[in-house]
Write a protein that binds this ligand. Sequence first.
Ligand code: NAD
Ligand code: MG
Length: 393
Amino acid sequence: MKGITVLGATGSIGVNTLDVVSRHPDKYYIKALTANTNVDTLLEQCLKHEPEFAVMVNEDAALKLEHELKKSASDVVVLSGIDGLLKVAELDDVDYVMAAIVGAAGLLPTLAAAEAGKRVLLANKEALVMSGKLFMDVIEKNNAELLPIDSEHNAIFQCMPADFGKNVESLGVKKVLLTASGGPFRTTPLEQLSSMTPEQACAHPNWDMGRKISVDSATMMNKGLEVIEACWLFHVQADFIQVIIHPQSVIHSLVEYSDGSVLAQLGNPDMRTPIAYGLAWPERIDAGVERLDLFDIAQLDFIVPDEQRFPCLRLAREAMQQGGTSSAILNAANEIAVNEFLQKNIRFTDIANVIETVLENVTQHEATSLDVILEDDKLARGYAMQTIKGMQI
Ligand code: NAD
Ligand code: MG
């Protein structure tokens, strides 16, 4: 039996993780669940999965959850704050930690899980984008296992040689082909992009996800972050990775080899497949996912991404090439800009403009420590807010 902590249990990845886990009560049990403020969902999850710990980051929400659990005669221990998150990421009898908090807030608990030598199931790409080499070093130093849950990286992982290490080229790997759906605005006339609303941006054609990653998919910053994520996970340079728009989201990514072979992983767009693969690896378990019917799909399309439509793709590549804390600065500016767009304080097309301004004005440093990374993250957030305040909408 493997004990699991789910960081970000109430989100889209968290809910899908609990669905897969509940199909295999003989293999997995839930040790801890965490959320930010959503008491109702975490309460329901606690009553169903009976973890030992529940963490609400928000103190008031923690008190409310504790009160509700007592009413139901539950003995789940409620913790709060970042300390609570760190504690449940490190518990001795936790084997696997699902890192499914959205954004930079996931960095410290995900690093804590890596430091404690856990199997880290990484959905929270922002953590790796921010801390890159430092994160990979912590994984290596503590003999932690890092398994990508992001569907594309999970697909690449499945298509890589089984024992791939730091030099994939010596194993005949020539190229990584990262697929992207193109999001909801793939064919929207360019002049209409500036008037797209948060509701339209969050209406993803193939995937049902949290609001932040949905907006990232609409700008294609999600794919930019994924290029950076893939560089770290698979030890390759950004120019080794080609982004391909594939609107059906059936091929989740591909790996090209020197003999001309191209291996792909296919499946219905359902995050329970990569989650189940991460949980069971190197075995396979039922994920509750509908079988892929190729006759039903009939056609698969591949399109070159248009960087005029999706400037965030270019900005992410540039940040990765710059190195140091540039990716953390990019990520921080993006988090602020997406949040302000969701609050209707800036237009959709302003997201990329804010990020570009922040990248041009906040000086990057060598990412030698967590403190340096967090300091530049903070400066970038401040600069992004200042830039937004000066904007007219
Ligand atoms: P979501 O918004 O649905 O859920 C986010 C979770 O994080 C919630 O449980 C929330 O309580 C928690 N959270 C939010 N702010 C927090 C904070 N400040 N401190 C602690 N906890 C906080 O997001 P999601 O779509 O499930 O995405 C989670 C992560 O997985 C993101 O990094 C995303 O990029 C990645 N991801 C998601 C999908 C997907 O299909 N949803 C696919 C690939 C990767
Ligand atoms: Mg993805």
